[in-house]
Unconditional design. Structure first.
Length: 284
């Protein structure tokens, strides 16, 4: 995908998640489908939005008492995990397709965060507010009832309701008993944090395969959400340099120095930026 395609996707993402949009007003489905355009530039996002709307209509027919927590969760679980047959991809957890919402809906396979995002947005269409919970290694959802009681839901396991003890058990499975559940693990996260976590998951997968070409547009989208993130600017510079995009790399390094003039690696970055500028001057 050329730079123009990348720019178009970043611009589309900015209209959905830029600073002008209040966090709770972010359309998570459309934003996640814009992330998927990094892999599928011609994606017909609206057809997938329609599918999510349809899932909500199906769930509505199963709820006789609006606001009944148990009944609503049962309806969501039935429609999403039985009728739509969504499930956690336990066999190939690090397949990038688990992070693309169109693939999750088409293949019925996802990771905790993408399954939770669909569940959350179907719930929102029912007037059933859910919040993302960024537990390390295992994303969850929570609902607060009228009395402020919390219900924790695990979308990777078919919508199981979890107790704190269950959460510790999940952590034990992932971290081999090396991590103790702390209250802050179960705090609600913002919509921007949900999208950033999806992007960071993808970035990690691509970087572990040293696929800078695919990682670069993902970092561009992280920087749409957090344009003042020096570490992401520096990381993008390294990717651009690896891909031979010297001008962009130099600009990013100079931007990093403006943001973090006192960084421990400032001298080294300054030298690198200068040497890239010299190369560019020789090429003109």
């Amino acid at each position: 995908m050329g730079n123009d395609g990348q720019t178009g996707i970043a611009d589309a993402f900015a209209t959905l998640v830029g600073p002008q949009v209040a966090d709770e007003a972010i359309d998570l489905i459309r934003a996640a489908l814009t992330i998927a355009r990094t892999e599928y530039p011609g994606l017909d996002a609206e057809s997938y939005v329609g599918r999510v709307d349809e899932l909500a209509r199906m769930a509505t027919t199963r709820i006789s008492e609006v606001g009944d927590v148990g009944q609503t969760i049962a309806a969501l679980n039935h429609v999403l995990f039985e009728e739509a047959a969504l499930r956690g991809n336990r066999d190939d957890y690090y397949d990038p397709r688990n992070s693309f919402l169109n693939d999750v809906l088409d293949r019925g396979l996802g990771i905790p965060i993408t399954l939770a995002l669909i569940y959350m947005e179907v719930g929102r269409r029912l007037g059933f507010p859910l919040f993302g919970v960024g537990m390390p290694g295992h994303f969850l959802l929570k609902h607060y009832d009228i009395d402020g009681r919390e219900t924790l839901i695990d979308c990777f396991s078919g919508g199981d309701i979890l107790s704190q003890k269950d959460c510790q058990h999940r952590l034990d499975e992932i971290y081999a008993g090396q991590m103790t559940l702390r209250p802050e693990f179960l705090l609600a996260v913002s919509r921007r944090q949900i999208l950033t976590r999806i992007l960071n998951n993808l970035k990690t997968i691509y970087l572990s395969a040293r696929n800078f070409r695919k990682a670069l547009p993902v970092v561009d989208l992280v920087l749409v959400i957090y344009p003042r993130s020096p570490e992401d600017v520096k990381q993008r510079a390294q990717m651009r340099y690896s891909l031979g995009q010297n001008k962009g790399a130099a600009e990013d390094l100079e931007q990093y120095l403006k943001m973090s003039p006192d960084a421990s690696d400032a001298d080294e970055i300054r030298q690198t930026a200068l040497s890239i500028r010299r190369i560019l001057a020789l090429m003109n």
